[in-house]
Design a protein around this ligand. Structure first.
Ligand code: ZN
Ligand code: ZN
Length: 452
């Protein structure tokens, strides 16, 4: 097998691999870098000659895995795009949202190349999606040769897949983004328990283990208790969330806590793409028993759309629990603007339910100490940090020890590291080297062909 990592930087960015096995060539994911804009946010697609791949395979509908797909599909004109059935529904909605975001960025950032693709192109991509059932092998034939592809549920987010690829005697497993634990809204990964020659693994959480005594359950309890304390104290709570998966999971957690009388009654507000996706999750939950989020959660909690005009330095007119995108409090999103209204008052709280990149406003806020000033650059507003600001580890990625154990149990000769920052990859490389019968560890150099 030959692999070329087309993500220009070794990080969780524009994820994209070119995979070559015998006569077969395919693209594995095609993302857009969440911290970059314009052409610089795309994978190195110029490395691919036009119409040179047999298919494109997409593991799930997060933008760091699909954001570059429409551009890649423009030059790889007729090949099918393999997705799971839930991803077939979610992907076009996520890409259309991305066009809207890019149209806004064109003016905000003065980038004339935006949008990188159009609504019409997304429609054509939608026509090329080929749904793959979990657990059912799909065979490609070329020049008398066979390639077998099988999707397995990866947990992480609705529709996410780990992928088994078999060519002649060579067996490869790609984890994609993986969560083994069950969420309230989604069953965890169900991967094959067999040996592989090569495992290509994500390394997202490699840099940090969970502190002793901390579990998903204790973090969830702490999270709910922090919401309850703030509401009981007369403040408002902001929970910045990702629209796809996280908003629905947080709403489910809140409903469960309400039923267990761990949370007081309060107004609940949500907004944007995440609310739209509720309908998609409702449809998916009726078709796939592994996905569990119904629209009635909104009625049970009496969730209201955000209609207030938010202003920096001014608390919202109604106290309550605000579950708003974006998850990393990116500039000018509802969570960013509301944070500027809540931060200066000690009775409020801003509670992050997942990871924040240190360079995003959310990451910078988490690094700010109580009482220090925080600058909302995009609003030209500075506030002292008096509200409670805290992060809770409710990650949608497997813990590093779990992934390591999975890889180890597959007895691979080669392990390829992807989807992680350099320190995260380094932890995996070191841990793998200590294994009995240590595999060869490959941390691909972006853009360079590596033989596996
Ligand atoms: Zn993901
Ligand atoms: Zn990802």
């Amino acid at each position: 097998m030959q692999l070329t990592d087309l993500n220009p930087s070794r990080d969780i960015g524009s994820n994209c691999l070119l995979v070559e096995l015998g006569p077969f060539r395919f693209i594995f994911d095609c993302g857009m870098h969440p911290k970059k804009a314009g052409l610089g946010s795309l994978p190195m697609l110029s490395k691919l000659a036009d119409d040179s791949v047999d298919f494109i395979l997409i593991t799930h509908a997060h933008l760091d895995h699909i954001g570059g797909l429409t551009v890649a599909a423009r030059y790889q004109r007729d090949c099918p795009i393999l997705v799971s059935a839930p991803t077939q529904l979610l992907l076009p909605r996520m890409l259309r949202n991305s066009v809207g975001v890019m149209l806004r960025q064109r003016d905000e950032l003065g980038l004339s190349e935006l949008p990188l693709f159009t609504y019409g192109e997304v429609e054509r991509v939608e026509d090329r999606l080929r749904p793959m059932s979990f657990g059912r092998p799909y065979v490609f034939e070329k020049n008398g040769d066979r390639l077998e592809i099988t999707f397995f549920p990866a947990g992480h987010v609705a529709g996410a897949a780990g992928v088994r690829v078999v060519h002649k005697n060579e067996r490869v497993f790609f984890t994609g983004d993986t969560l083994f634990a069950d969420l309230l809204t989604l069953v965890g990964a169900r991967y094959p328990e067999e040996d592989f020659d090569t495992v290509v693994t994500e390394t997202t959480r490699g840099a940090r283990g969970r502190p002793p005594g901390h579990t998903r359950k204790t973090e969830t309890d702490r999270f709910i208790a922090a919401i309850a304390q703030t509401l009981d104290g007369g403040g408002s709570v902001l929970v910045p969330v990702f629209a796809l998966g996280r908003l629905q999971e947080v709403l489910s957690l809140v409903r469960e806590a309400r039923r267990a009388r761990q949370l007081p009654e309060s107004l609940i507000f949500a907004t944007g793409l995440g609310l739209d996706l509720v309908d998609y999750f409702d449809t998916l939950s009726q078709q796939h028993p592994s996905i569990r989020f119904r629209r009635r959660v909104l009625q049970d909690l009496n969730v209201q759309p955000l209609r207030q005009t938010l202003k920096p330095g001014r608390e919202p007119g109604q106290r309550g629990l605000y579950i708003l995108s974006s998850g990393m409090m990116v500039e000018n999103t509802p969570s960013y603007v509301l944070a500027a209204g809540l931060l200066a008052q000690p009775h409020n709280a801003i509670l992050f339910a997942g990871y924040c990149d240190p360079e995003t406003p959310g990451g910078k806020l988490l690094a700010t100490k109580p009482g220090e000033k925080f600058t909302f650059n995009a609003l030209q507003y500075v506030a002292p940090m008096k509200a409670r600001v805290e992060r809770f580890d409710l990650s949608a990625h497997a813990e590093r020890e779990e992934l390591l154990a999975f890889v180890q149990a597959r007895h691979p000769r080669n392990v390829v590291l992807t989807h992680g920052d350099p320190d995260a990859r380094a932890w995996f490389a070191e841990a793998l080297a200590k294994m009995p019968k240590a595999p060869r560890v490959i941390d691909p150099v972006p853009g360079e062909v590596c033989k596996v």
